[in-house]
Design a protein around this ligand. Structure first.
Ligand code: AFD
Ligand code: MN
Ligand code: MN
Length: 430
């Protein structure tokens, strides 16, 4: 039996207020789309089938190197995080899975955790390992690296941790292990650039060997930070080479914030797909680096272009094309639930707009070298306001037509502020 955190009556009452306007907007958009041969109900079906996972760590307030400003009612353990993720799913109906991070989300009974999540209407997505910080009582420090560390015992400890994450993930029903390591250097000469990659590959292959048959290992590259001179898996080139070396179950994960400013990320997506190595995404936005800003808050057009490549990829499938979608943001100045509701909506909008591109017109313009009309094929779809399609999909699935309004009216956060213990001050990225 599911027990959802927000009153179903509240959602129904507010939806009743918005229902007529939504029907009006949906019918109007339907007429507009039908003039170009698009059946709005077919797009509605596609939107209803779309989903993106939320990160357990995204439920808490993030911070910077300088400070973290907690809010009353913030979650402090995986149980409270699941409850918050259940709010996001209940209202938005597009985020049915949570991606856990270990050891942050460790519990003694994972079968019970899986049942707890199911009661909240949630399942689990990719498990994330953490070898970028030391834990109390840890034998070997990761100060000088983990999978690529000079020290063999440190590398083995990092391998063992990843294998433990797989074992936990099996109990939770996950089928992906996402591996991001902070390994790298701050000084030229600090480590041999070739040999550190060799050490990474050797250690990663031990993790790969422990993957169950139906599992994937998603390699997440990142250009810099915490290491500021070199990072062992710094870019999509290093990532795809490592994934090719490891084998078919290893794929590349693209975190949108992990590139230099202005990098053509949609082209990276097309390249990775071309070689059957596109494993998934961490959605966020950035202005300068790994800013972890809300998805589409800075450059929604880029997000649309990424989804446009994904539609093209679907039309030209490579073996095992099944990218995993996840949000990976740090919510430093907003209520994390509101940010993830808003981000999930933005991501779904980009997905929906990419479905509206007149592919025949686009391809014909490309064939004819008609640059302007090719661009216009994309531009026309990008300019369509798909909000009524998303709202209708949500309402039909039991979610809220206006997610932020329903969330605020529920006073969920202030109720939690009464129940939950306060979070301490401090710095930290998550
Ligand atoms: C990092 C990476 C990676 C990691 C997360 C932890 O994006 O996904 O798991 O943030 O905070 O920057
Ligand atoms: Mn990430
Ligand atoms: Mn990141």
């Amino acid at each position: 039996m599911t027990q959802l955190p927000i009153s179903a009556d509240l959602i129904a009452t507010r939806n009743a207020v918005h229902a007529d306007a939504l029907e009006d907007d949906y019918a109007s958009l339907g007429r507009k789309l039908s003039r170009t041969g698009i059946d709005i109900d077919a797009i509605l079906d596609r939107v209803a089938g779309f989903s993106v996972a939320v990160p357990s760590w995204g439920a808490g307030r993030g911070g910077t190197r300088f400070a973290k400003f907690p809010i009353p009612g913030e979650p402090t353990n995986i149980h409270e995080k699941l409850e918050d993720c259940a709010v996001i799913q209940q209202l938005g109906r597009v985020t049915p899975r949570v991606s856990p991070h270990f050891p942050w989300d460790k519990v003694s009974d994972y079968k019970a955790l899986r049942e707890e999540a199911a009661t909240l209407g949630l399942g689990f997505d990719a498990v994330n390992s953490n070898t970028f910080q030391d834990q109390p009582g840890q034998v070997h420090t990761y100060a000088n690296g983990s999978l690529a560390a000079q020290d063999a015992a440190t590398r083995q400890q990092a391998v063992d941790h990843n294998i433990e994450c797989i074992e936990i993930g099996v109990q939770l029903g996950s089928t992906d292990l996402t591996v991001w390591v902070g390994d790298g250097t701050n000084f030229p000469g600090q480590q041999d650039l070739g040999r550190s990659l060799d050490r990474y590959l050797e250690a990663a292959s031990k993790i790969y060997a422990a993957l169950p048959d139906d599992w994937r290992m998603l390699l997440e590259h990142k250009m810099f930070e915490p290491a500021f001179y070199s990072t062992v898996i710094s870019d999509w080139g290093s990532s795809i080479l490592a994934a090719q070396e490891l084998g078919p179950k290893a794929k590349c994960l693209v975190d949108l914030g992990h590139h230099a400013p202005n990098v053509n990320i949609e082209q990276i997506v097309a390249r990775l797909h071309r070689f059957g190595k596109l494993g998934g995404f961490h959605f966020n936005d950035s202005k300068y680096g790994d800013d972890d800003l809300d998805s589409g808050s800075i450059n929604p057009h880029q997000l649309f272009l990424v989804f446009n490549e994904l539609v093209e990829a679907e039309l030209n499938p490579q073996d095992g094309f099944n990218p995993s979608y996840m949000i990976d943001q740090s919510h430093n100045v907003t209520d994390p639930i509101e940010s993830m509701l808003s981000s999930a909506e933005t991501i779904t909008q980009c997905f929906a707009k990419a479905q509206l591109v007149d592919r025949a017109a686009l391809h014909a313009a490309q064939e004819a070298n008609d640059t302007m009309m090719a661009f216009q094929a994309l531009r026309r779809a990008y300019n369509i306001d798909v909000a009524p399609i998303l709202a209708k999909a949500r309402a039909e699935a039991g979610g809220a037509i206006d997610v932020l309004e329903a969330y605020r009216l529920s006073q969920y956060r202030s109720r939690k502020a009464q129940e939950r213990k306060a979070v301490g001050l401090g710095a930290g990225i998550v």
